[in-house]
Design a protein around this ligand. Structure first.
Ligand code: APR
Length: 308
């Protein structure tokens, strides 16, 4: 029997994720949304692409959580984008309410699932889902690091005119302006990045990575990125469903690792069928440690607002 994945929120990120999962024939997909008709219509459209793309995955759309029952993984993309006049805290509270409501529904029908959170502000929404679900921490994971690292790797490959496949690099910390692209662990085909690039170029890439999401919002004006985010979710879900034991940067609940306690922060994790199977504590330079702490403090400020 094929695995089952529910995608909550059938907007740009949700729908693109559903399409990627189904067309790779990785699992059956249930799409949900608060808006009636949207998940049904998009799911039907995607399903009809199956004969062309050669996928027998079933895709269904619903507004009823009953149909999401016994999902192996639930990807949560439901939420609102920031609108003009809305403060960061307004958005935080609005999306917190969405996460609370959707998490309660998800766990009612899939008590053993693994939650992959996408809604922003990511780290705070992970924490909200952890508290509401009362799941063990290895079953609530946030997607941020894979995306931020992909942006970092794209810019490095572009600057050096090499294949993106050669570029290893990861980004730690919260999914915000304070994220930490870790230069000391980044390399191109095993060659340290610092041997290939001067400090100024590297600094410019780090800066562009931090603002990677914002750069796209500026172009789109009314929406945010979804192609790369959905690709990042796909890689995480695939690692879980295929029990790949893949090491990826994910938002994980830290209890002392990196000197951070009781907070979701992006760190290297091993993803397999149980969710997060191991958190790796890599040695950072004093500067990177300092930046990671600063990034965690920014996450803590959000948690203080939603009080969870
Ligand atoms: N239950 C289910 N779906 C909901 C709910 C809810 N309570 N509230 C809102 N939604 C749905 C909306 O109806 C919409 O279809 O969530 C969807 C969000 O889609 P988009 O507005 O297209 O946003 P998207 O670009 O997909 O981003 C979703 O992911 O990357 C993050 O910052 C991004 O937080 C945002 C999320």
């Amino acid at each position: 029997m094929r695995k089952k994945v529910t995608v909550v929120g059938s907007g740009n990120v949700g729908a693109t994720t559903a399409l990627r999962l189904a067309h790779a024939e990785l699992c059956d997909v249930v799409m949900t949304d608060i808006v009636e008709g949207i998940p049904q219509g998009k799911a039907l459209d995607m399903l009809q692409a199956g004969p062309i793309t050669g996928s027998d995955s079933r895709i269904t759309g619903t507004n009823d959580y009953k149909e999401t029952a016994n999902s192996d993984v639930v990807v949560v993309t439901a939420g609102f984008p920031r609108q003009p006049g809305m403060s960061r805290d307004d958005l935080l509270m609005k999306n917190y309410e969405v996460i609370k409501a959707t998490t309660e529904k998800i766990i009612e029908y899939s008590p053993n699932t693994i939650l992959v959170m996408v809604t922003n502000p990511l780290d705070a929404m992970c924490q909200a889902a952890l508290r509401v679900s009362k799941f063990p921490k290895h079953r609530v994971i946030g997607m941020a690091g894979v995306l931020d690292s992909a942006r970092f790797r794209t810019f490095i490959a572009e600057a050096l005119n090499v294949s993106v496949e050669n570029v290893q690099g990861f980004v730690l910390g919260g999914h915000g302006d304070e994220m930490v692209p870790v230069v000391s662990y980044s390399s191109v085909a095993g060659i340290p990045l610092t041997d290939l690039m001067d400090a100024a170029t590297l600094e410019a890439i780090v800066k562009r990575t931090r603002g990677g999401g914002g750069e796209i919002v500026k172009y789109l004006k009314t929406g945010s990125a979804f192609y790369a985010p959905s690709a990042a979710v796909f890689e995480m879900v695939e690692a879980i469903l295929k029990d790949k034991k893949k090491i990826l940067p994910c938002a994980a609940y830290l209890e002392g690792e990196y000197g951070i306690n009781g907070l979701y922060v992006g760190v290297p994790c091993k993803l397999g069928e149980k969710g997060i199977e191991k958190i790796y504590e890599v040695k950072l330079t004093p500067n990177e440690t300092e930046l990671l702490k600063k990034s965690a403090e920014a996450v803590r400020e959000l948690i203080n607002v939603i009080k969870c």
